[in-house]
Design a protein around this ligand. Sequence first.
Ligand code: ADP
Length: 399
Amino acid sequence: MTDAILVLNAGSSSLKFALYPDEENTQTPIVRGKINGIGNSPVFVAQDAEGVLLPPEACMTLHASAGHDDLIPTLLDWLRTYQGGVTIKAAGHRVVHGGRDHIGPAQVTDALLAELETLVPLAPLHQPHNLTAIRCVEAAAPGLPQIACFDTSFHRTQDRLAQLFALPRAMTDQGIIRYGFHGLSYEYIAGIMPLHLGDRADERVIVAHLGNGASMCAMKTRRSVATSMGFTALDGLMMGRRSGALDPGVVLYLMDNMNMSNDEVAQVLYKESGLLGVSGISNNMATLQASAAPQAREAIDLFCYRAASELAALAATIGGLDALVFTAGIGENSALVRSLICDRLEWMGVDLAEGENDRNATHINSAESGVDVLVIPTDEEAIIALSVVGALRTKSGLI
Ligand code: ADP
């Protein structure tokens, strides 16, 4: 029997999972996969430790209407019989919002769950599903230690100014501040950067996490100094379906003059804007790149224009730029997006080696570039597994 750590990253209709050996410093899962389309003909895909896709007969059987509460116990049973048997020692969860006080992972208790529930309005797309997954694991495996790893924690090193809105002080005191997100991805990249950058990893670095959700983080000594997402995951960059930063007057106008309700405005800002809204075609960058429609190209151009502007603003918070790291689906795979963003950063000394960029190499800057430009795949599940192993080893890591 292998001792293992289960990692879950639950979305509204998807569930990413990975099983890691219960060992320190391991970043290779025994098995990892994803269930997509939950609630509506879910699809299961998984790969083994070598990254080879499991054949259909080795995959978990799914029922068409299964929700998280049916799927999680079945997944636990399936994992426990994987390759001769696995003992799951603990589970780690990605939890999007940890509020102001959680600067690191925390063991799940009833009190913690109640506290995290109060943060649902701040991350309505993600937090409820993260908490559902925790409850489903507790129901399926009562007493199993569970660790919540927060996307907001990494940014709690920021100075107060970086976290403030220019709102009345009483609102700041009530927690209306810039929290920042994608912290698990940034923590992973911060940890692995020295491998590729040596001592330069501790200099002025901006990491661009460009996926369906997108944000950037300015770091110094590999700690977050400023980030593009704010109070919610709507702020900052243009995203797949989210608008990113918007004049708040637009929201007032939609409500007052276009008679839109709160829910309708939320639907526009979270689901109908971004690449999808501007192109009218798709929220998917690869689809837009393959399209000949001018609206598709305009959406890509706006995405890159906004990304370069946001990056320049973040560079001001760290006094310049020594290295730029691209990560997540678009950052890791779209040579076009990296090239369009970097073209706008020439004045900062950024110069790409186009051949290296085209083949998604790790180092993609030219020899003349004043800024190192890298492509580093992120791995949020690996950082969760390491946090769980750390919490199990260090009693103080557990409440
Ligand atoms: P999520 O935030 O859902 O985890 P990902 O990090 O998986 O998202 O990123 C998804 C995005 O990455 C999509 O817009 C997808 O089109 C884009 N992407 C993936 N591969 C490519 C590619 N080869 N070229 C361009 N875009 C890509």
